[in-house]
Design a protein around this ligand. Sequence first.
Ligand SMILES: NC(=O)c1ccc[n+]([C@@H]2O[C@H](COP(=O)([O-])OP(=O)(O)OC[C@H]3O[C@@H](n4cnc5c(N)ncnc54)[C@H](O)[C@@H]3O)[C@@H](O)[C@H]2O)c1
Length: 289
Amino acid sequence: MDHEGKVAVVTGGAGGIGRGIVHALLARGVRVVVADVEGPALVAAVDECESRGAVRGVRTDVADPDSVMALADDVYGSEGRCDLLFANAGVTSGGGGLPWEQEINDWRWCFSVNVFGVAATVLTFLPRMLAATSPGEIVATSSGDGGVAPVPYASVYAASKAAVSCFIEAVAHQLRSVDAPVHAHVFYPGGGLLDTGLWTAARNRPPALERIRPRPPAPGTTFAEFKAQLEAAGLPTTVVDLDWLGAKVLDDLDEGRYILGPDADRFGKLLHARADAIAHGDLPPTLLH
Ligand SMILES: NC(=O)c1ccc[n+]([C@@H]2O[C@H](COP(=O)([O-])OP(=O)(O)OC[C@H]3O[C@@H](n4cnc5c(N)ncnc54)[C@H](O)[C@@H]3O)[C@@H](O)[C@H]2O)c1
């Protein structure tokens, strides 16, 4: 895509991986609307990004379809277009642990953002992007955890990301079947350890969806603990440069790939092992194998 005069919307763009995507878009001269629920972080992100290009923030809760509709009205009212849509906002389910110790409110919060949020973002923007009849790209941020294989102690999150990957794959097929000028892609962040705000996602958890039975977070659910666990197991602990990751997403888009992100090869090998296990009627290997 020629990026001259193009407009991008990045949900969850105030921090972490989304901010890396914002930086990469601005470096290519794209006008960027950052949509994020965390007001102070959004203001700080826009302040930091202003020297890089044309950027503004719209406070948005992707779990609220009216908020996403207001975002789209704002974008089409002010910018007149959306060429690149990044449905990136996501949360954990708040601490992980044994699947049967998760509560319904863990499911509700995680799915409200990761699944209903992605659905609302796509359902609200895609018809307008198609009506524009110009080339467009939709990127949904999934995770290898669930999108490829579950991390068993992150069962709710994994289930949500499996839904994202499956939904976007269906969207991509249907867009292709009607030869639409808009394409959909799935992004699997990776390349090493990601030191982002996901580890403290509960900062944005709505009080109405708090746990009924508070409990301490499961071991390994802070970034420092997780890194220490890997170090103790002799596994690599390289921390990914999030600006590099954001640029990688755009490079992979340029190549016309459906799967975006650095780990496609590793995931492909794991999926072969999973397919073999399934064919034998065995429990497939997890993302941690
Ligand atoms: N960090 C990882 O290891 C990892 C791995 C694979 C996939 N991901 C996915 O990458 C995406 C970005 O996560 P991150 O790691 O950068 O975490 P992050 O917390 O740094 O960024 C997520 C952003 O989403 C925002 N957000 C949360 N709830 C929202 C809501 N209801 N509406 C709008 N914005 C909301 C947050 O304020 C934050 O700015 C997520 O979808 C996450 O699931 C992360």
